[in-house]
Design a protein around this ligand. Structure first.
Ligand SMILES: Cc1cc2nc3c(=O)[nH]c(=O)nc-3n(C[C@H](O)[C@H](O)[C@H](O)COP(=O)(O)OP(=O)(O)OC[C@H]3O[C@@H](n4cnc5c(N)ncnc54)[C@H](O)[C@@H]3O)c2cc1C
Length: 403
């Protein structure tokens, strides 16, 4: 699958982790991780830190899948508002999902501190503004339930938003528990850390094409015909993981992003807040530490990469108009633009864990707008599963909820 096109900023900004290391002989490993994106890297971290032997395999150069195209806003608030998620999966599970995402941002920060790496992780506030009157009633309902379950949130009126952020909207929910990161640096720095310590091998340009259960584990076959024997397989293959699943669990769509040239710092709103809205598909905005502004959204309900790419120019102009409408004085000039495949699930939550009856193939599928926070949860849950530790989050994110 062609996961993105255009030039994602992270690929332009960072030197390529130019590793070419295909698997050329059969191999035995405790845990085979398929995918070297942010999810595979975090899974490798969780396993390496407790001494569980693992090996990463990727059909591409490391971290050049969706993680390289991500805009990497890190928020505890997921695509489905809590007040609606309760109706889909029940109150206990919904509240647990939200609290897990909140913890996950701390978890990511902790990983970067623990490994002493700096992938431009930055704590920033988040503004979820009402796009219209319906949005205003939604955020009022959302405020009540988040307060009830002690999730960090405050309400900003139309006046607050205009005075503090020069943003024209009828109201918003604000929290100070969000963050942003450079996802390419995050994943490659984690992988490199363990490779340099001699704890991890990463085989690139190694596509897993066949798999079968074998005794107490799995036998995997690569496109080059080499074989991998392992006790567990972790599928961290992102939006291309569908081939490993017995049923379709997600919908693939297309999404667009533009990045501005740097602007003078007085144009950047307080705290470099993340900004997004109640309308769907939503517009979202973040900045970076060089005062560039990243705007994303304009999602389309199809996955065809040719059709997706065809719309790129049109989408750039729509996104530019939208940002200008929101911040009329902002001198926004697009520097780079790209589009990518994106995936969502019916309840907005990821799928993490084993497909019932296949206990040694563990999925880490962070689908939805909060893919990276879900990746952290997946990495922790998979480590617990392999260590035989029960985790109460399992039932919230597992495949069991499909049945
Ligand atoms: C434009 C865009 C904006 C986004 N914005 C955000 C955001 O603001 N916040 C957020 O949290 N999330 C966001 N996401 C989602 C987030 O980027 C993804 O959830 C995340 O990057 C997925 O990481 P991953 O490691 O699971 O997948 P990937 O990065 O795609 O890594 C999977 C890897 O598996 C490899 N692979 C696949 N199949 C095989 C196989 N058979 N054999 C070997 N290797 C294989 C691929 O080559 C790939 O490198 C965004 C996504 C896009 C596209």
């Amino acid at each position: 699958m062609d996961l993105y096109s255009g030039l994602p900023y992270w690929i332009v900004k960072n030197p390529l982790y130019d590793d070419y290391h295909p698997l050329s002989a059969d191999l035995r490993t405790e845990v085979a991780i398929i995918g070297s994106g942010i999810t595979g890297a975090l899974v490798a971290h969780e396993l390496c830190k407790v001494g569980i032997e693992c090996t990463v395999f990727d059909k591409r150069t490391p971290t050049t899948g969706s993680s390289a195209a991500s805009t990497a806003l890190l928020q505890y608030e997921i695509d489905t508002p809590l007040c609606r998620l309760v109706g889909k999966i029940g109150e206990t599970a919904a509240v647990r999902a939200y609290h897990s995402c909140l913890q996950s941002i701390n978890g990511l920060e902790h990983v970067f501190m623990e490994l002493n790496i700096s992938p431009d992780f930055m704590r920033v506030p988040s503004i979820y503004y009402a796009s219209d009157r319906n949005g205003l009633s939604l955020i009022r309902e959302e405020l009540e339930i988040r307060n009830r379950f002690r999730l960090p949130v405050i309400y900003f009126s139309k006046k607050d938003l205009s005075e503090k952020y020069h943003l024209k909207a009828p109201g918003a929910l604000v929290n100070y528990s969000s963050a942003q990161v450079d996802p390419y640096q995050a994943a490659t720095q984690i992988l490199r850390h363990y490779q340099e310590k001699g704890q991890l091998d990463v085989y690139t340009h190694t596509e897993i094409t066949q798999w079968e259960e074998e005794g107490e584990g799995y036998r995997l076959v690569t496109a080059r015909g080499t074989t991998i024997h392992c006790r567990y397989v972790v599928v961290a293959a992102g939006f291309e993981a569908g081939r490993f699943l017995p049923a379709k669990v997600m919908k693939l769509t297309s999404t667009y992003a533009i990045l501005s040239e740097p602007v003078e710092k007085e144009y950047i709103w307080p705290g470099h807040s993340l900004i997004w809205e109640t309308r769907e598909p939503y517009l979202y905005i973040r900045t970076n530490n060089r005062n560039r502004i990243l705007v994303g959204g304009e999602d389309e309900d199809f996955r065809d990469p040719v059709k997706r790419d065809h719309l790129l120019r049109k989408k750039v102009s729509v996104l530019e108009k939208k940002i200008k409408k929101l911040f009329p004085d902002l001198p926004f000039r697009t520097d780079t633009a790209w589009c990518g495949t994106f995936s969502s699930t019916a309840d907005g939550l990821p799928f993490i864990g084993a497909w019932p009856g296949k206990e040694r193939m563990l999925f880490a599928l962070g689908y939805g707008g909060n893919g990276i926070t879900f990746s952290m949860i997946a990495a922790q849950l998979i480590r617990c599963k392999i260590q035989g530790i029960k985790d109460e989050r399992e039932s919230v994110f597992g495949f069991e909820r499909l049945h």
